[in-house]
Ligand binder design. Structure first.
Ligand SMILES: [Zn+2]
Length: 278
């Protein structure tokens, strides 16, 4: 009898512990998919990343929230959502090794204004993005620790108009530095990039002028003369040459007045295939 009593008590104890464990690790029945609770969820409740971190046993309100997996949600700005509807892609999603620093998303530009708001990603047409990935590959084959850095990709027409109105150079020289919004620019289609090179420490290579420098020293067409006149050093000259080499080998074309600007296609071809972002 004593034997039976002892084992009945033991069996009862085991059942009680099981019932307790089932209660603690239960999942709400209304969930279509039953996700096992983690130890943290048992101890601190489901909302472990939220405001309440009181242990479950001491919490004043034990709300039965569904088991939601708390994962960081990538933030997509309103402007980005619009860009995606134009068929543009975020270059960082295509090749995350390419550095991006949108100058018009900061005050470090010729207007000293943030024109892009919260937009930090560079968006391009898929075809142009593909060429850029290829340019990065070509650069890394030559110098594995270097990387392209992108200062600008797609540029909505409304922002192009703002730049046109604000650029302070004589009227007849204006379109050397900013494309007339009435004509449009390959940036408006997401078919052009403004680029440079950074070294293994993320430092931008010395190209002789800053980005958006409005003067002859920034003109590729004048480089040879600038070198001979001592206005560009041999190193600056070679750095620009390297940038141009990798970009042209990947299918981009440079222009005569900006060392940083590269077109991924012609204005005619872009006009036939794509829409300008307004
Ligand atoms: Zn440009």
């Amino acid at each position: 009898m004593n034997f039976l009593k002892r084992y009945s008590f033991l069996a009862l104890a085991v059942i009680s512990v099981e019932v307790l464990l089932l209660y603690l690790f239960r999942t709400p029945m209304q969930d279509a998919v039953r996700i096992p609770r983690t130890f943290e969820q048992v101890m601190f409740g489901d909302n472990i990343f939220g405001a309440s971190v009181l242990p479950r046993f001491f919490s004043a309100s034990l709300s039965e929230t569904p088991n939601i997996k708390h994962q960081p949600v990538p933030k997509i700005t309103f402007l980005e959502q619009r860009l995606i509807t134009y068929g543009l892609v975020n270059i960082s999603n295509v090749d995350h090794s390419i550095a991006v620093s949108l100058k018009y998303a900061t005050e470090d530009n010729f207007l000293h204004k943030n024109l892009y708001g919260e937009l930090k990603n560079c968006y391009l047409q898929k075809e142009t993005a593909g060429k850029l990935v290829n340019a990065q590959k070509i650069l890394k084959e030559k110098y594995p620790f270097y990387s392209l850095i992108i200062y600008d990709g797609v540029r909505p027409l409304s922002i192009q108009q703002m730049m046109w109105d604000e650029v302070k150079v004589p009227e007849k020289l204006k379109d050397k530095y900013v494309s007339n919004p009435e004509v449009g620019s390959l940036h408006n289609y997401g078919c052009a990039v403004d680029a440079s090179i950074v070294n293994e420490n993320g430092w931008e290579m010395d190209m002789g002028t800053s980005y958006d420098y409005f003067g002859e020293l920034g003109h590729p067409i004048a480089e040879q003369r600038m070198l001979e006149e001592g206005k560009l050093t041999w190193r600056q000259f070679e750095n620009r040459k390297l940038l141009r080499e990798v970009m042209t080998e990947a299918g981009f074309t440079g222009i005569t007045t900006e060392w940083w600007h590269f077109n991924g296609t012609s204005l005619k071809s872009a006009g036939e295939k794509y829409q300008k972002v307004d």
